[in-house]
Design a binder for this molecule. Structure first.
Ligand code: NDP
Length: 408
């Protein structure tokens, strides 16, 4: 493998941020390769990166659903690390290719079969023995949430507590893009995620509750730093699966995300007329998948960046015990949409998802994160990761706080 060479797969909103950040850190990423299903998007990013940073990146076409094709590309470009920023459907084929070629793997979203809106780590955790045997690392879910939220919790647990008991992860996008409806990352993945059945962790088991569009959904008003009061909805989010496994002392863990009434009304209509269905329906004699058609109609998340204003605020409220005494910390990041646009031409959701996997790659390449096998971010040292992340546009703040009520 060529030291300092990185291969990014996926040239959407998140892949674009990652390519820019690698170019900004060209002392670490000496050679940058960017591949996607077709060449237009990688080439547009290549042009932009050259214009902003004077750095040359090489672009490629690959069908990441085909492990053999990905392995052939890996052999050609010889990277030290592959950063997978395509879609969750491609996780396993890219992991297979990394295994075949002996190259480290990093992603930001756990595997999801295309024909079932269901995501969990079991498929990727099943690679543990093979990655160990091959002597390579897979770092799973290294975006912001999952990713930085996992590192936030690991950091708070390590620095302030003997054990942690209650965790609330809160994700607010308090930004405005001026469109009547748009999603901030891939619409298909986003809609599949937020329309899922909700569950949270309580006293050793998952407790189910109605999805966010349901009038009986669980929500409350939270006063976010900088962004102010926002309605926050209980949602299932993938990092909770690994976090409750790796922090068995946690009695309660919940994930909250802000949604506006307008967004929820659109979701309700989409659900009721069936345009968000993921199963094929016949249209003029051929099968189409409604949610894929819907994706083609909705704004490309990368295109929202121009004129996006406001902040994204993501953080974790963690209650733990130190020397028998219980207390609570709130650790969070505030990211400004317009500032991200000025730096790399992207909005804050792409930025918060695209910077962390680059820093994770740096951790692996510089030897801060070592050990063959499949890892979730909370299992790796959070300190060099959060320190380097802060230097690269995503600083955090820790304040004393009060626990959120058990019943909301
Ligand atoms: P986009 O849809 O904008 O980009 C995905 C890219 O992958 C596109 O370039 C797409 O090509 C390419 N792609 C899709 N299928 C294939 C394939 N079979 N072979 C090669 N390339 C392919 O998505 P985003 O940039 O918004 O999101 C990227 C990832 O980041 C997603 O997995 C998402 O879940 C994750 N994410 C993680 C977050 C976190 O905090 N952890 C937050 C936000 C997103 P084309 O355009 O031609 O389809």
């Amino acid at each position: 493998m060529a030291k300092g060479t990185v291969l990014i797969i996926g040239a959407g909103g998140v892949g674009s941020v990652a390519a820019h950040k690698c170019a900004i850190n060209k002392d670490v990423f000496k050679k940058i390769h960017l591949a996607s299903r077709s060449i237009a998007k990688p080439n547009a990013i290549q042009k932009n990166v050259k214009k902003r940073w004077g750095v040359d990146i090489e672009t490629h076409v690959v069908d990441a659903d085909k492990a053999k094709d990905v392995a052939a590309l890996i052999r050609k470009v010889d990277p030290e690390v592959v950063i997978n920023l395509a879609l969750p459907y491609q996780d396993l084929s890219i992991m297979d290719a990394c295994l075949e070629t002996g190259v480290h793997y990093i992603d930001t979203a756990n595997y999801e079969p295309i024909d079932e809106a269901h995501f969990e780590y079991s498929w990727q955790w099943a690679y543990q023995a093979r990655y160990k045997k091959k002597g390579i690392m897979a770092v799973l879910g290294a975006g912001f949430d999952p990713g930085v939220t996992n590192a936030f919790i690991a950091y708070i647990a390590k620095k302030y507590f003997d054990k942690i008991k209650y965790v609330d992860i809160l994700d607010a996008n308090a930004g405005s893009h001026g469109k009547s409806f748009a999603t901030n990352f891939n619409p298909e993945i986003n809609i599949r995620e937020v329309t899922q059945e909700v569950k949270h962790w309580n006293k050793g088991k998952w407790v189910k509750s109605p999805p966010i569009m349901d009038p009986k959904s669980t929500h409350f008003t939270f006063n976010y730093p900088v962004a102010g009061k926002r309605e926050s909805y209980l949602l299932y989010h993938e990092e909770m699966e690994s976090l409750v496994k790796h922090f068995p002392s946690v009695e309660r863990m919940r994930f909250w995300m802000t949604f506006g009434e307008n967004y929820l009304t659109h979701l309700r209509v989409m659900e009721s007329i069936g345009i968000s269905r993921i199963d094929p329906v016949m249209f003029e004699g051929r099968p189409i998948v409604p949610i894929q058609f819907l994706k083609a109609l909705l704004p490309d998340p990368a295109s929202l960046a121009t004129g996006y204003s406001g902040k994204a605020v993501i953080g974790c409220i963690v209650t733990g015990v130190k020397n028998g005494k219980e207390s609570t910390k709130y650790i969070y990041n505030v990211c400004d949409h317009a500032k991200c646009f000025r730096e790399v031409g992207s909005q804050a959701v792409s930025y918060t998802a695209g910077v962390p996997p680059v820093i994770a790659a740096m951790m692996v390449m510089k030897g801060f994160w070592t050990g063959a096998g499949v890892w979730n971010v909370e299992q790796l040292d959070p300190e060099p990761f959060l320190k380097t992340l802060a230097k690269n546009g995503l600083p955090h703040k820790v304040i004393n706080y009060k626990p959120l009520p058990a019943k909301i």
